[in-house]
Ligand binder design. Structure first.
Ligand code: AMP
Ligand code: MG
Length: 418
Protein backbone atom coordinates (compact mmCIF):
# COMPACT_ATOMS: atom_id res chain seq x y z
CA UNK A 1 0.00 0.00 0.00
CA UNK A 2 1.09 3.58 -0.67
CA UNK A 3 2.06 5.33 2.57
CA UNK A 4 2.01 8.91 3.71
CA UNK A 5 5.32 10.41 4.71
CA UNK A 6 5.91 10.35 8.47
CA UNK A 7 6.03 14.12 8.76
CA UNK A 8 3.02 14.99 6.63
CA UNK A 9 1.12 16.20 9.69
CA UNK A 10 4.05 18.09 11.19
CA UNK A 11 2.98 21.46 12.50
CA UNK A 12 3.98 23.96 15.16
CA UNK A 13 1.52 24.86 17.90
CA UNK A 14 1.06 28.23 16.20
CA UNK A 15 -2.59 29.18 15.74
CA UNK A 16 -3.68 28.98 12.11
CA UNK A 17 -6.86 29.70 10.23
CA UNK A 18 -9.12 26.89 9.09
CA UNK A 19 -8.45 27.72 5.42
CA UNK A 20 -4.69 27.54 5.99
CA UNK A 21 -5.02 24.22 7.83
CA UNK A 22 -7.08 22.67 5.01
CA UNK A 23 -4.75 23.96 2.31
CA UNK A 24 -1.71 22.49 4.13
CA UNK A 25 -3.50 19.15 4.49
CA UNK A 26 -4.53 19.19 0.87
CA UNK A 27 -0.96 19.71 -0.26
CA UNK A 28 0.57 17.07 1.94
CA UNK A 29 -1.95 14.24 1.88
CA UNK A 30 -2.21 11.93 -1.09
CA UNK A 31 -4.46 9.08 -2.06
CA UNK A 32 -3.19 5.92 -0.40
CA UNK A 33 -5.48 3.39 -1.99
CA UNK A 34 -4.90 1.04 -4.89
CA UNK A 35 -7.51 0.69 -7.59
CA UNK A 36 -9.86 -2.15 -8.39
CA UNK A 37 -12.46 -3.00 -11.01
CA UNK A 38 -15.99 -3.40 -9.72
CA UNK A 39 -19.43 -4.13 -11.11
CA UNK A 40 -21.79 -1.22 -11.57
CA UNK A 41 -24.11 -2.67 -8.95
CA UNK A 42 -21.43 -2.21 -6.30
CA UNK A 43 -20.57 1.32 -7.33
CA UNK A 44 -22.66 3.46 -4.97
CA UNK A 45 -20.42 5.80 -2.98
CA UNK A 46 -17.24 4.51 -4.60
CA UNK A 47 -14.61 6.88 -5.96
CA UNK A 48 -13.71 6.71 -9.63
CA UNK A 49 -10.03 6.17 -10.37
CA UNK A 50 -10.30 6.76 -14.14
CA UNK A 51 -12.28 9.25 -16.16
CA UNK A 52 -15.26 7.72 -17.90
CA UNK A 53 -15.23 8.51 -21.61
CA UNK A 54 -18.27 7.55 -23.60
CA UNK A 55 -17.77 5.24 -26.55
CA UNK A 56 -21.39 5.67 -27.53
CA UNK A 57 -23.80 8.44 -28.41
CA UNK A 58 -26.85 8.66 -26.18
CA UNK A 59 -29.47 8.43 -27.48
CA UNK A 60 -27.82 6.23 -30.11
CA UNK A 61 -30.33 7.24 -32.83
CA UNK A 62 -32.89 9.96 -33.49
CA UNK A 63 -36.08 8.82 -31.77
CA UNK A 64 -39.57 9.97 -31.05
CA UNK A 65 -40.24 11.90 -27.83
CA UNK A 66 -43.98 11.18 -27.98
CA UNK A 67 -46.60 8.74 -29.20
CA UNK A 68 -47.62 10.12 -32.61
CA UNK A 69 -46.82 10.08 -36.31
CA UNK A 70 -43.51 10.58 -38.16
CA UNK A 71 -43.31 12.27 -41.54
CA UNK A 72 -41.19 14.51 -43.77
CA UNK A 73 -41.75 18.18 -43.01
CA UNK A 74 -41.50 19.23 -46.67
CA UNK A 75 -44.65 17.15 -47.38
CA UNK A 76 -46.77 19.70 -45.50
CA UNK A 77 -48.79 22.30 -47.36
CA UNK A 78 -47.76 25.82 -46.34
CA UNK A 79 -51.13 27.35 -45.49
CA UNK A 80 -53.67 24.56 -45.37
CA UNK A 81 -54.21 21.09 -43.94
CA UNK A 82 -52.30 18.09 -45.33
CA UNK A 83 -53.45 14.48 -45.53
CA UNK A 84 -50.75 11.81 -45.33
CA UNK A 85 -51.22 8.06 -45.64
CA UNK A 86 -50.26 5.75 -42.76
CA UNK A 87 -47.97 3.09 -44.22
CA UNK A 88 -45.97 1.84 -41.24
CA UNK A 89 -46.10 1.20 -37.50
CA UNK A 90 -42.89 1.52 -35.47
CA UNK A 91 -42.64 0.59 -31.79
CA UNK A 92 -39.79 1.20 -29.31
CA UNK A 93 -37.02 -1.34 -29.78
CA UNK A 94 -38.16 -2.36 -33.26
CA UNK A 95 -35.54 -2.44 -36.04
CA UNK A 96 -37.32 -0.65 -38.87
CA UNK A 97 -35.34 -0.46 -42.08
CA UNK A 98 -37.82 0.86 -44.63
CA UNK A 99 -37.96 4.46 -45.80
CA UNK A 100 -41.01 6.71 -45.47
CA UNK A 101 -41.81 8.00 -48.97
CA UNK A 102 -43.36 11.23 -50.13
CA UNK A 103 -47.00 11.48 -49.04
CA UNK A 104 -46.57 8.78 -46.35
CA UNK A 105 -46.62 8.95 -42.56
CA UNK A 106 -45.63 6.32 -39.93
CA UNK A 107 -47.41 5.54 -36.68
CA UNK A 108 -44.62 5.88 -34.08
CA UNK A 109 -44.33 5.36 -30.32
CA UNK A 110 -42.13 7.06 -27.69
CA UNK A 111 -38.51 5.89 -27.92
CA UNK A 112 -38.91 4.29 -31.36
CA UNK A 113 -36.34 5.12 -34.02
CA UNK A 114 -37.42 7.84 -36.42
CA UNK A 115 -37.48 6.13 -39.82
CA UNK A 116 -35.44 7.22 -42.82
CA UNK A 117 -37.32 9.79 -44.87
CA UNK A 118 -39.00 11.34 -41.81
CA UNK A 119 -37.73 14.36 -39.87
CA UNK A 120 -40.70 15.52 -37.77
CA UNK A 121 -43.15 13.88 -35.36
CA UNK A 122 -46.65 15.09 -34.58
CA UNK A 123 -48.15 14.18 -31.20
CA UNK A 124 -51.22 11.98 -31.53
CA UNK A 125 -53.26 14.52 -29.52
CA UNK A 126 -52.40 17.26 -32.05
CA UNK A 127 -53.74 15.63 -35.22
CA UNK A 128 -56.84 13.88 -36.55
CA UNK A 129 -56.90 10.39 -37.97
CA UNK A 130 -59.38 9.39 -40.67
CA UNK A 131 -59.21 5.69 -41.44
CA UNK A 132 -55.66 5.27 -42.82
CA UNK A 133 -54.89 8.98 -43.14
CA UNK A 134 -53.58 11.57 -40.74
CA UNK A 135 -54.85 15.13 -41.12
CA UNK A 136 -52.15 17.65 -40.18
CA UNK A 137 -52.71 21.35 -39.60
CA UNK A 138 -50.36 23.91 -41.14
CA UNK A 139 -47.63 25.49 -39.03
CA UNK A 140 -45.87 22.48 -37.48
CA UNK A 141 -42.16 23.03 -36.70
CA UNK A 142 -39.58 21.03 -38.62
CA UNK A 143 -37.86 18.56 -36.28
CA UNK A 144 -40.63 18.73 -33.64
CA UNK A 145 -40.80 15.95 -31.01
CA UNK A 146 -37.55 14.29 -32.04
CA UNK A 147 -34.78 13.48 -29.58
CA UNK A 148 -31.59 13.82 -31.58
CA UNK A 149 -28.81 11.22 -31.60
CA UNK A 150 -26.15 12.24 -29.01
CA UNK A 151 -28.18 15.09 -27.51
CA UNK A 152 -27.60 13.63 -24.03
CA UNK A 153 -24.05 12.28 -24.48
CA UNK A 154 -21.83 12.78 -27.53
CA UNK A 155 -19.41 10.03 -28.58
CA UNK A 156 -16.04 10.70 -26.90
CA UNK A 157 -17.37 12.93 -24.12
CA UNK A 158 -15.96 12.64 -20.58
CA UNK A 159 -19.12 11.91 -18.61
CA UNK A 160 -17.70 11.48 -15.07
CA UNK A 161 -14.30 12.54 -13.79
CA UNK A 162 -11.70 10.61 -11.85
CA UNK A 163 -12.09 11.42 -8.15
CA UNK A 164 -15.90 11.65 -8.25
CA UNK A 165 -17.87 9.85 -5.58
CA UNK A 166 -20.59 7.97 -7.41
CA UNK A 167 -24.20 8.81 -6.68
CA UNK A 168 -27.26 6.97 -7.97
CA UNK A 169 -27.59 9.41 -10.88
CA UNK A 170 -23.92 8.97 -11.86
CA UNK A 171 -24.37 5.20 -11.91
CA UNK A 172 -27.47 5.59 -14.08
CA UNK A 173 -25.47 7.73 -16.53
CA UNK A 174 -22.69 5.15 -16.68
CA UNK A 175 -25.25 2.41 -17.32
CA UNK A 176 -26.66 4.49 -20.19
CA UNK A 177 -23.39 4.11 -22.09
CA UNK A 178 -23.45 0.37 -21.51
CA UNK A 179 -20.49 -0.04 -19.14
CA UNK A 180 -20.70 -3.04 -16.85
CA UNK A 181 -17.51 -2.58 -14.83
CA UNK A 182 -15.68 0.53 -13.66
CA UNK A 183 -12.32 1.40 -12.07
CA UNK A 184 -12.45 2.76 -8.53
CA UNK A 185 -10.12 3.29 -5.58
CA UNK A 186 -10.32 0.65 -2.87
CA UNK A 187 -12.40 1.76 0.10
CA UNK A 188 -10.60 3.56 2.90
CA UNK A 189 -10.71 1.39 6.03
CA UNK A 190 -11.15 3.56 9.10
CA UNK A 191 -10.66 2.06 12.56
CA UNK A 192 -12.34 3.89 15.40
CA UNK A 193 -12.39 3.65 19.15
CA UNK A 194 -13.28 5.88 22.05
CA UNK A 195 -11.55 6.13 25.38
CA UNK A 196 -12.63 7.07 28.85
CA UNK A 197 -13.35 5.07 32.02
CA UNK A 198 -16.63 7.00 32.22
CA UNK A 199 -17.90 5.58 28.93
CA UNK A 200 -20.37 2.70 28.63
CA UNK A 201 -21.82 0.80 25.72
CA UNK A 202 -25.54 1.60 25.25
CA UNK A 203 -27.64 -1.17 26.81
CA UNK A 204 -25.02 -1.97 29.49
CA UNK A 205 -25.62 -1.46 33.20
CA UNK A 206 -24.06 1.89 34.00
CA UNK A 207 -22.18 3.26 36.97
CA UNK A 208 -23.60 6.39 38.63
CA UNK A 209 -20.68 8.44 37.34
CA UNK A 210 -20.78 6.93 33.86
CA UNK A 211 -22.14 8.18 30.54
CA UNK A 212 -23.07 6.28 27.42
CA UNK A 213 -20.66 6.48 24.51
CA UNK A 214 -22.41 8.63 21.95
CA UNK A 215 -19.45 9.84 19.85
CA UNK A 216 -18.55 6.42 18.54
CA UNK A 217 -22.09 5.75 17.37
CA UNK A 218 -22.27 9.09 15.64
CA UNK A 219 -18.82 8.78 14.08
CA UNK A 220 -19.15 5.25 12.78
CA UNK A 221 -22.40 6.16 11.11
CA UNK A 222 -20.98 9.32 9.59
CA UNK A 223 -18.20 7.15 8.20
CA UNK A 224 -20.74 4.72 6.77
CA UNK A 225 -22.68 7.63 5.29
CA UNK A 226 -19.58 8.77 3.43
CA UNK A 227 -18.88 5.18 2.30
CA UNK A 228 -15.72 4.36 4.24
CA UNK A 229 -15.38 0.84 5.49
CA UNK A 230 -15.55 1.12 9.26
CA UNK A 231 -13.98 -1.15 11.82
CA UNK A 232 -15.24 -0.47 15.31
CA UNK A 233 -12.85 -1.31 18.16
CA UNK A 234 -15.27 -0.23 20.88
CA UNK A 235 -14.53 1.63 24.08
CA UNK A 236 -11.01 1.28 25.42
CA UNK A 237 -10.34 1.95 29.09
CA UNK A 238 -7.95 4.73 30.15
CA UNK A 239 -5.02 2.33 30.35
CA UNK A 240 -1.72 2.84 28.57
CA UNK A 241 -0.99 -0.84 27.84
CA UNK A 242 -4.48 -1.57 26.56
CA UNK A 243 -4.47 1.49 24.34
CA UNK A 244 -1.07 0.58 22.90
CA UNK A 245 -2.09 -3.02 22.24
CA UNK A 246 -5.23 -1.89 20.44
CA UNK A 247 -3.50 0.78 18.41
CA UNK A 248 -1.00 -1.80 17.18
CA UNK A 249 -3.81 -4.07 16.05
CA UNK A 250 -5.80 -1.26 14.41
CA UNK A 251 -2.73 -0.03 12.55
CA UNK A 252 -2.38 -3.52 11.06
CA UNK A 253 -5.99 -3.67 9.93
CA UNK A 254 -6.88 -0.10 8.91
CA UNK A 255 -5.74 2.78 6.73
CA UNK A 256 -6.68 5.51 9.20
CA UNK A 257 -7.18 5.54 12.95
CA UNK A 258 -9.79 7.87 14.39
CA UNK A 259 -10.44 8.37 18.09
CA UNK A 260 -12.26 10.81 20.30
CA UNK A 261 -11.34 11.90 23.82
CA UNK A 262 -8.21 11.25 25.80
CA UNK A 263 -6.20 13.80 23.90
CA UNK A 264 -5.82 16.51 26.54
CA UNK A 265 -2.80 16.89 28.76
CA UNK A 266 -4.41 15.32 31.82
CA UNK A 267 -2.72 12.34 33.54
CA UNK A 268 -5.54 10.12 32.30
CA UNK A 269 -5.15 11.06 28.65
CA UNK A 270 -3.30 7.96 27.53
CA UNK A 271 -3.97 8.01 23.80
CA UNK A 272 -1.84 11.12 23.50
CA UNK A 273 1.01 9.48 25.45
CA UNK A 274 0.92 6.23 23.47
CA UNK A 275 0.87 7.94 20.09
CA UNK A 276 3.69 10.28 21.07
CA UNK A 277 5.83 7.38 22.29
CA UNK A 278 5.21 5.11 19.28
CA UNK A 279 4.83 7.56 16.44
CA UNK A 280 4.40 11.28 16.23
CA UNK A 281 1.67 13.68 17.20
CA UNK A 282 1.04 17.31 16.31
CA UNK A 283 -1.64 19.41 17.90
CA UNK A 284 -3.05 21.72 15.27
CA UNK A 285 -4.33 24.82 16.94
CA UNK A 286 -6.96 25.87 14.45
CA UNK A 287 -8.76 29.16 15.05
CA UNK A 288 -12.30 27.77 15.21
CA UNK A 289 -14.94 27.43 17.88
CA UNK A 290 -16.12 24.90 18.92
CA UNK A 291 -13.07 22.82 18.16
CA UNK A 292 -10.19 22.48 20.61
CA UNK A 293 -6.88 21.39 19.06
CA UNK A 294 -7.09 18.48 16.64
CA UNK A 295 -4.32 15.90 17.01
CA UNK A 296 -2.88 14.71 13.71
CA UNK A 297 -0.05 12.24 13.53
CA UNK A 298 0.91 8.70 12.84
CA UNK A 299 1.36 5.58 14.88
CA UNK A 300 2.78 2.24 13.80
CA UNK A 301 3.09 3.81 10.33
CA UNK A 302 -0.60 4.67 9.96
CA UNK A 303 -2.22 8.12 9.96
CA UNK A 304 -3.93 8.98 13.21
CA UNK A 305 -6.52 11.63 14.05
CA UNK A 306 -7.52 12.32 17.64
CA UNK A 307 -10.66 14.40 17.99
CA UNK A 308 -11.80 16.22 21.10
CA UNK A 309 -14.24 14.39 23.42
CA UNK A 310 -17.18 16.76 23.26
CA UNK A 311 -19.73 15.70 20.67
CA UNK A 312 -20.28 19.12 19.10
CA UNK A 313 -16.56 19.64 18.68
CA UNK A 314 -16.37 16.15 17.20
CA UNK A 315 -19.02 16.98 14.60
CA UNK A 316 -17.49 20.30 13.61
CA UNK A 317 -13.89 19.16 13.50
CA UNK A 318 -15.04 16.10 11.57
CA UNK A 319 -16.78 18.15 8.88
CA UNK A 320 -14.03 20.74 8.62
CA UNK A 321 -10.80 18.75 9.13
CA UNK A 322 -11.40 15.00 9.03
CA UNK A 323 -13.65 15.02 5.99
CA UNK A 324 -11.12 16.76 3.70
CA UNK A 325 -8.42 14.42 5.06
CA UNK A 326 -10.48 11.30 4.40
CA UNK A 327 -11.44 12.55 0.95
CA UNK A 328 -7.82 13.12 0.02
CA UNK A 329 -6.67 9.75 1.41
CA UNK A 330 -9.37 7.91 -0.47
CA UNK A 331 -8.88 9.65 -3.83
CA UNK A 332 -12.00 11.83 -3.79
CA UNK A 333 -11.18 15.29 -5.14
CA UNK A 334 -11.94 17.86 -2.46
CA UNK A 335 -15.59 18.69 -2.98
CA UNK A 336 -16.62 22.27 -2.35
CA UNK A 337 -18.74 22.57 0.76
CA UNK A 338 -21.54 24.61 -0.84
CA UNK A 339 -22.83 27.38 1.35
CA UNK A 340 -25.97 29.42 0.93
CA UNK A 341 -26.65 32.91 2.24
CA UNK A 342 -29.35 33.01 4.91
CA UNK A 343 -30.61 35.74 7.25
CA UNK A 344 -30.29 35.32 10.99
CA UNK A 345 -33.22 36.06 13.25
CA UNK A 346 -30.90 36.68 16.20
CA UNK A 347 -27.92 38.79 17.16
CA UNK A 348 -24.69 37.37 18.53
CA UNK A 349 -21.47 38.58 20.13
CA UNK A 350 -18.18 36.80 19.51
CA UNK A 351 -14.43 37.08 20.06
CA UNK A 352 -12.27 38.40 17.25
CA UNK A 353 -9.59 36.21 15.71
CA UNK A 354 -11.36 32.89 15.31
CA UNK A 355 -14.03 31.48 13.09
CA UNK A 356 -17.12 30.50 15.01
CA UNK A 357 -19.71 27.95 13.94
CA UNK A 358 -23.25 28.19 15.29
CA UNK A 359 -25.76 25.39 15.04
CA UNK A 360 -28.91 26.78 13.45
CA UNK A 361 -32.34 25.70 12.38
CA UNK A 362 -33.89 26.77 9.08
CA UNK A 363 -37.30 28.43 9.19
CA UNK A 364 -39.22 29.41 6.08
CA UNK A 365 -41.95 32.04 6.46
CA UNK A 366 -45.17 32.34 4.42
CA UNK A 367 -43.34 34.38 1.74
CA UNK A 368 -40.78 31.63 1.29
CA UNK A 369 -38.02 33.67 2.97
CA UNK A 370 -35.45 31.64 4.84
CA UNK A 371 -34.30 32.65 8.29
CA UNK A 372 -32.14 30.77 10.73
CA UNK A 373 -32.53 30.52 14.47
CA UNK A 374 -29.70 29.82 16.87
CA UNK A 375 -29.87 26.77 19.12
CA UNK A 376 -30.64 27.90 22.67
CA UNK A 377 -27.80 26.00 24.32
CA UNK A 378 -24.41 26.58 22.72
CA UNK A 379 -22.48 24.20 25.03
CA UNK A 380 -20.20 21.87 23.11
CA UNK A 381 -21.36 18.86 25.14
CA UNK A 382 -25.00 19.23 24.05
CA UNK A 383 -25.68 16.52 21.49
CA UNK A 384 -29.34 17.53 21.02
CA UNK A 385 -28.09 20.74 19.43
CA UNK A 386 -26.79 18.82 16.42
CA UNK A 387 -29.91 16.71 16.08
CA UNK A 388 -32.36 19.60 16.38
CA UNK A 389 -30.60 21.90 13.92
CA UNK A 390 -30.10 21.72 10.16
CA UNK A 391 -26.55 22.95 9.78
CA UNK A 392 -23.93 25.54 10.65
CA UNK A 393 -23.52 29.21 10.04
CA UNK A 394 -19.99 30.46 9.81
CA UNK A 395 -19.06 33.69 11.60
CA UNK A 396 -15.83 35.10 10.09
CA UNK A 397 -12.67 35.69 12.16
CA UNK A 398 -12.86 39.47 12.20
CA UNK A 399 -16.54 39.72 13.14
CA UNK A 400 -17.31 40.67 16.74
CA UNK A 401 -21.02 41.38 16.56
CA UNK A 402 -23.58 39.70 14.33
CA UNK A 403 -26.62 41.91 13.87
CA UNK A 404 -30.06 40.36 13.67
CA UNK A 405 -31.09 40.09 10.01
CA UNK A 406 -27.52 39.83 8.65
CA UNK A 407 -27.02 37.57 5.64
CA UNK A 408 -24.53 34.88 6.47
CA UNK A 409 -23.11 31.65 5.01
CA UNK A 410 -25.00 28.50 5.92
CA UNK A 411 -23.71 24.95 5.47
CA UNK A 412 -26.33 22.20 5.61
CA UNK A 413 -25.32 18.99 7.42
CA UNK A 414 -26.94 17.05 4.58
CA UNK A 415 -24.69 18.83 2.06
CA UNK A 416 -21.51 17.33 3.46
CA UNK A 417 -22.42 14.02 5.03
CA UNK A 418 -23.00 12.10 1.83
P1 AMP B 1 -11.86 14.19 27.12
O1 AMP B 1 -11.38 14.83 25.87
O2 AMP B 1 -11.59 12.72 27.17
O3 AMP B 1 -11.37 14.90 28.33
O4 AMP B 1 -13.44 14.36 27.13
C1 AMP B 1 -14.08 15.62 27.09
C2 AMP B 1 -15.55 15.48 27.44
O5 AMP B 1 -16.22 14.74 26.43
C3 AMP B 1 -15.80 14.72 28.75
O6 AMP B 1 -16.91 15.32 29.41
C4 AMP B 1 -16.14 13.33 28.30
O7 AMP B 1 -16.92 12.62 29.24
C5 AMP B 1 -16.88 13.59 27.01
N1 AMP B 1 -16.70 12.47 26.13
C6 AMP B 1 -15.53 11.90 25.79
N2 AMP B 1 -15.72 10.86 24.98
C7 AMP B 1 -17.05 10.76 24.81
C8 AMP B 1 -17.87 9.85 24.08
N3 AMP B 1 -17.33 8.86 23.37
N4 AMP B 1 -19.21 10.02 24.11
C9 AMP B 1 -19.73 11.02 24.82
N5 AMP B 1 -19.01 11.92 25.53
C10 AMP B 1 -17.68 11.78 25.54
MG1 MG C 1 -11.38 11.22 28.75
Amino acid sequence: MIQLSNDCFKHSKKRISLEKAVSILEKRIKCIKKTEKIKLDQALGRILSKNIISKRSVPPFDNSAVDGYAFKHSDLNKNKETNLKITARITAGQNFNKKIKKGEIARIFTGAEVPKGANTVIMQEDCNVNNDEVVLKAGIFKGANIRKKGEDIKYGKKIISRGSKLRAQDIGLIASIGLKKIDVFEKLAVGIFTTGNELYEPGKKINKSGIYDSNRYCLKNILKTIYCSVIDYGIIKDNELLIKKNLKQIAKECDLILTTGGMSVGDEDYVKKVVEKNGSLNFWNIAIKPGRPVALGNIFKKPFIGLPGNPVSVMITFIKIVLPTINKLSGHFLPIQNKFLVRTDFSFRKKKGRKEFLRVKIKTNANGEIKVTNYHNTGSGVFSSIVETDGLIELPENLTYLKKGTKIKFLSFSEVLI
